[in-house]
Design a protein around this ligand. Structure first.
Ligand code: SAM
Length: 291
């Protein structure tokens, strides 16, 4: 079979949403090249089968990039046609280990890299967001590492691949509830939780805030939510702080700088105040506590 290669060179912080979009259209996944801790620019490559669905896939890709471009300008993709390749080998060559913070190391599941003293979060690549490459995930991992006390209970709201939940368990959380409203993410997070040997402490479930029906969430010391600004603002207004104990913290990420005034107003209404802020380009991550 012949394939149409789509390649996009872009800033590292744009890689994850673009890779997610490409991953939904490309059956063999997306290769990310040149991604490292200090990496500024990365090359994404994905391959679309040249068949009857190509025109539809190409249109979906162009529409998806247009939508992403509303948040941040996106470069145009380049296309070239190629012959059959060993996709798994491409994946494995190009998906790199990521040291994060002082104590964590995110490793692709097949990696034999030596983590040294670092705590490993091993991930299977899949359709869900959360590889450690995006600044919002990185901010969360750094702040979990800095603030989590061993024995604390955690909620990871919008767990994606499960990366934050697994890291929290590795850093000593007593129990973690990982929720996502996307069944594909729940499936991948469950797999990753099992592979990391933390299934006794991490429960992955399809769900969101507020919960459906009568389920009760026991308030936790740390709630982490890497979602969109508008979702987080609506959740704060609807009482998200009730999921956190009086002395607990909310770690909110995925925020755009321009949304901070509204977010801060919603936090103030909920008697919360920001005690730490992380910034990378337009992305912001806030650590909130009761005022
Ligand atoms: C940006 S990703 C974050 C993934 C991971 N926690 C990380 O930090 O890399 C957001 C995840 O939240 C999920 N999500 C989006 N809106 C949600 C909602 N209202 N309730 C629960 N999950 C949601 C998405 O399916 C996605 O997996």
């Amino acid at each position: 079979m012949s394939w149409l290669e789509v390649s996009l060179r872009l800033q590292a912080e744009l890689a994850e949403p673009a890779a997610e979009l490409l991953g939904r259209l490309a059956p063999n996944g997306v290769a990310i090249e040149g991604l490292d801790e200090g990496g500024q620019s990365v090359l994404l490559r994905a391959w679309l089968p040249i068949d009857g669905q190509l025109a539809g896939r190409r249109r979906a890709l162009e529409e998806g990039l247009w939508h992403l471009g509303q948040i941040h300008p996106f470069p145009s993709p380049a296309f070239r046609s190629i012959e059959e390749q060993d996709w798994a080998a491409i994946w494995k060559r190009e998906y790199r280990p990521l040291p994060i913070g002082r104590r964590l190391m995110v490793l692709p599941s097949w990696s034999a890299a030596d983590p040294g003293e670092r705590l490993v979060v091993q991930l299977e690549p899949g359709m869900a967001f959360g590889t450690g490459a995006h600044p919002t995930t990185r901010h969360c991992l750094e702040l979990i590492e800095q603030t989590l006390q061993p024995g604390e209970a955690v909620v990871d709201l919008g767990c994606g691949s499960g990366i934050l939940a697994i890291a929290a368990a590795r850093l000593g959380a007593r129990r973690v509830l990982a929720l996502d409203n996307d069944p594909l993410a729940v499936e991948l997070a469950q797999l990753n939780v099992q592979r990391n040997g933390v299934a006794e402490r991490v429960r992955v479930s399809l769900g969101s805030f507020p919960v459906d029906g009568d389920e009760r969430i026991d308030p936790v010391e740390l709630l982490v939510a890497n979602l969109r600004s508008d979702t987080l603002i609506a959740m704060l207004q609807a009482g998200l702080a009730a999921w956190v104990r009086p002395t607990g913290r909310l770690l909110l990420s995925g925020l755009l700088d321009s949304d901070l005034p509204i977010l801060n107003a919603a936090a103030k209404q909920a008697a919360l105040q920001a005690v730490d802020v992380r910034a990378t380009d337009d992305w912001r991550t806030l650590l909130l506590q009761r005022a």
